[in-house]
Design a protein around this ligand. Sequence first.
Ligand code: UD1
Ligand code: CA
Length: 453
Amino acid sequence: MYKCSIILAAGEGKRMKSETPKVLHKVCGKEMVNHVIDIMRKSGLEDVNVIIGKGADKVKASTESRNVSFSVQNEQLGTGHAVKCAADFLKGKQGTVAIFTGDAPLIKIETVEKLLKFHEDEGFKATLLTSVVDDAAAYGRVIRNEQGQVEKIVEFKDCSKEEAEVKEINAGMYCFDIESLLKSLEKLNNNNAQGEFYLTDVIEILKNENKPIGAMPTEFEETLGVNSRVELAQADKILRKRINKKHMENGVTIIDPENTYIGSEVEIGNDTIIYPGNVLEGKTFIGKNCILYPNSRIQDSVLEDNINVQSSVVLESRIGENTTVGPFAYIRPESVIGKSARIGDFVEIKKSTIGDNTKVSHLTYIGDAEVGSKCNFGCGTVVVNYDGKKKYKTIIGNNSFIGCNTNLVSPVEVEDNTFIAAGSTITDKVPEGSLAIARARQVNIKGWVEKNK
Ligand code: UD1
Ligand code: CA
């Protein structure tokens, strides 16, 4: 049967008190609405329509790359009104539409698949996902009749005292028969406490027409809707726990999972050990047998096998196997570090290539440079890549020994098998096989101290 999906993402999220639309707040490094889109796709729902309104441009810009279509809700008149704004998307389609809210990112793929199957196998016209909780808070209540069939959903603000005590809540995740939904949307009114057109009222409308309605309970953890920063932190914690568990099951040692922050897209090889305080973000890939000592931030980077990193920042870069990084190194975007290299303490590498077996052990800046293999940088080397207006490139060949406290004034080239004396300021090419000394010769004045007492 044909299936598609609608994601509600037009609301403002007043309770977030934010300039950013609610659905763009991130959980484990990914926008909530993008979590929901990805889950829909992985559940076999290819055709995804996102309803945008408040902050539409921002939501569109953040979701566009995921190949979704959009419907616009110009005024936020409620969840039912929002779905009505997607009528053009639904028109002429026959089958099932799964409707999910963009502020509930914890739903599991297998639950969405189960919901779709239950809906279609049983021939329901509407099927809702529910969960049973001790504190139903502000969620809509699922009201069942004596036979246990779903009669309606009542929003918390519209609940009678008895209804408020019901512990089964509406997750805001549904499957509908498209034609039945479109007809019911026409019948919605806004005679309720919030003066909104509620999607939830579609259930009662269908029930009154004797259409079969299903309800499938699941864990509350999966249905958590994020309306405030407190709930955002709760969602983050739940997802983080799941992500870390998955990596541990794959053979990664995480010393303290509660204090290890791994984004949902990160991949990690087995036998890698991760100490607390590490933050792995974006599309990061960590190989096997790495040790991430405490407190690094690694974003959108590839680390090959057997790499050690300690208390460092690595952004949009690639590091070859058996290399060690840190403590306190800063590897900035577009850097490529070779194999068995060393990037030591207080070293900054920016948009540079560093060859295999090259050691940059301490207090050095390398920017806009191409460095060969088996080089050794003495303490305090500076690549002077910027003249205040433009950036220039430095090229260093293989097997070069750069003495301590050297300045390499770009653009400049240092050829293979060279040696630069400590304290040199290099402004001209150093030809292959040479020693370069670029500093004033030392003068010793005998008896000077005695004379000047
Ligand atoms: C909604 C449900 C409630 C359920 C809860 C689950 C309704 C009336 N209530 O309440 O039964 O328990 O979700 O989390 O549906 N949105 C729009 N346009 C609008 C209003 C909202 O696109 O005009 C979007 C929001 O961006 C959000 C989602 O719909 O992603 C839910 O809206 P929200 O205001 O958070 O609804 P709840 O009060 O949580
Ligand atoms: Ca909500």
